[in-house]
Design a protein around this ligand. Structure first.
Ligand code: GDP
Ligand code: IMO
Ligand code: MG
Length: 433
């Protein structure tokens, strides 16, 4: 029995999808536990590219069960479209293979409308959200006015909730944001139809996971977003509205804390960020553009260009602390091939000249800090064919060794290309359990 959590250590898009797909063969269940379709997880399998927003990245393995936990916010239209697209590509998603928590909250059209209206109203200070209605949906969950998956099976309750919510949201949309209102009747009919299709997938995910684990099965938890987009621990307010840290598996999937056997942190070999907010090691120069082109750093959800910069170990070390990470999965190392020199940020220097190892809570204070860099020699050899750690160029190994020393956690795997097979596995978290 192993219960392994995979999370992002930076600002998202670290390559979590690839790592989860790769580790799926060792597990029986794969679980999303927070976030929604703001996530975009890319897999390259057999030369084909797949992008998942809601369905766990284990779904391409036909003998595995995938779960969407109660902590996820679900846009039913996106979920059904994702299932349809998979079926068209020869991967039908049956209710035996995908289980949806009855307790998960639903994203409704007024959530998307409010997300977009708020961003527009913020102008220059916009967060740069994905516009998928994630924040407003979590707000309703906390306000106890949300619509849950199970509500789709109770038409009268569904109608009441949608009508009550539309009255309030339409007031704000029309009178405060000068935006278009949402038609409650239309939404009700649409969601009732979604409910019909989704009913066979609905279940008590916590109960099913407990059974799986009790029978000795192994479970893999797929984090979305990244540690520094965490609502509590990230660069607030430039964050998402859920908690991408590993501890969220307990609340977001209904799994007891003592079940977790290991936590893996995915680290991109450099740093990227989509949307607004602080990014101390950002490169607004040719090297940054080079990274974006070479790493194909364009958002998997919105297509926006990602901001790029040097590896920031203050960021990674913080993630190791917050989630108790026991193994690092370093991805996109191949993207750095060809650079003469690499820089690793080891600390931030305050205006008073002090070197600090953690992120200040105040963004004003963070903006006054300067990254302290260590220079490392680069490598020129193509590493995409390498499958054994010892075959990596010496400078490449030195970079990884410095990274792990600064992170305070060992390497679990190294990814040298987007495809499943372009990976070096050093430490199998499922073998240790
Ligand atoms: P996620 O959100 O953490 O799952 O990451 P994304 O899928 O949004 O972004 C990661 C991108 O990098 C995807 O396009 C992957 O196919 C790609 N990728 C993952 N690992 C590697 C790697 O080791 N090398 C290269 N070149 N690309 C990778
Ligand atoms: P994956 O799982 C990168 C960012 C958005 C924005 C902020 C808030 O693919 O790593 P939201 O729509 O969540 O309210 O937007 O969070 N963001 C992501 N950035 N990867 C993601 O997911 C993200 N999900 C949200 O760009 O800055
Ligand atoms: Mg992504």
């Amino acid at each position: 029995m192993a219960c392994v959590v995979v999370i992002g250590t930076q600002w998202g898009d670290e390559g979590k999808g690839k790592v989860v797909d790769l580790l799926t063969e060792r597990a029986q269940g794969i679980v999303r536990f927070q976030g929604g379709n703001n996530a975009g997880h890319t897999l390259v399998v057999g030369g084909e590219k797949f992008i998942f927003h809601l369905i766990p990245s284990g779904i391409l393995h036909p003998d595995k069960k995938c779960f969407i936990g109660n902590g996820v916010v679900v846009d039913p239209q996106v979920l059904l479209e994702e299932m349809d697209r998979l079926a068209e590509r020869g991967h039908p998603v049956s209710p035996e293979r995908l289980r949806l928590s009855e307790r998960a909250h639903l994203i409704l059209p007024y959530h998307r409308a409010l997300d977009l209206a708020r961003e527009k109203a913020k102008g220059k200070g916009a967060i740069g959200t994905t516009g998928r209605g994630i924040g407003p949906c979590y707000e309703d969950k906390a306000a106890r006015t949300g619509v849950r998956v199970v509500d789709l099976t109770e038409p009268e309750l569904l109608r009441e909730k949608i009508e009550a919510n539309c009255r309030e949201k339409n007031f704000w949309l029309q009178n405060y944001f000068q935006a278009q209102p949402v038609d409650p009747q239309q939404v009700y009919e649409q969601y009732l139809a979604f409910g019909e299709r989704l009913r066979p997938f609905m279940t008590d995910v916590s109960l099913e996971l407990d059974q799986l684990l009790t029978q000795g099965g192994s479970v893999l938890f797929e984090g979305a977003q990244g540690t520094h987009l965490d609502l509590d621990h990230g660069t607030y307010p430039f964050v998402t509205s859920s908690n991408p840290v590993a501890g969220t598996v307990c609340a977001g999937a209904g799994v007891g804390i003592t079940r977790v056997t290991s936590v893996l942190g995915v680290v991109k070999a450099y740093t990227t960020r989509v949307g607004g907010g602080p990014f101390p090691t950002e490169l607004e120069d040719e090297t940054g553009l080079w990274m974006r082109e070479k790493g194909a750093e364009f958002g998997a959800t919105t297509g926006r260009p990602r901001r790029c910069g040097w590896l920031d170990m203050v960021v990674v070390r913080t993630a190791v602390r917050l989630s108790g990470i026991r193994g690092l999965c370093v991805t996109k190392l191949d993207v750095l091939t060809g650079l003469d020199k690499l820089y690793i940020c080891t600390a931030y220097q305050t205006p008073e000249g002090e070197q600090i190892q953690s992120m200040p809570a105040s963004l004003t204070r963070l903006a006054q800090c300067r990254p302290v860099y260590e220079e490392m020699p680069g490598w020129k050899e193509d590493i995409r064919e390498v499958r054994h750690y010892q075959d990596l160029p010496a400078n490449c190994r030195a970079y990884l060794e410095r990274l792990t020393a600064l992170a305070g956690a060992p390497l679990a795997l190294v990814s040298v290309g987007p495809a499943r097979e372009e990976t070096i596995i050093l430490n199998d978290p499922f073998a240790q359990a």
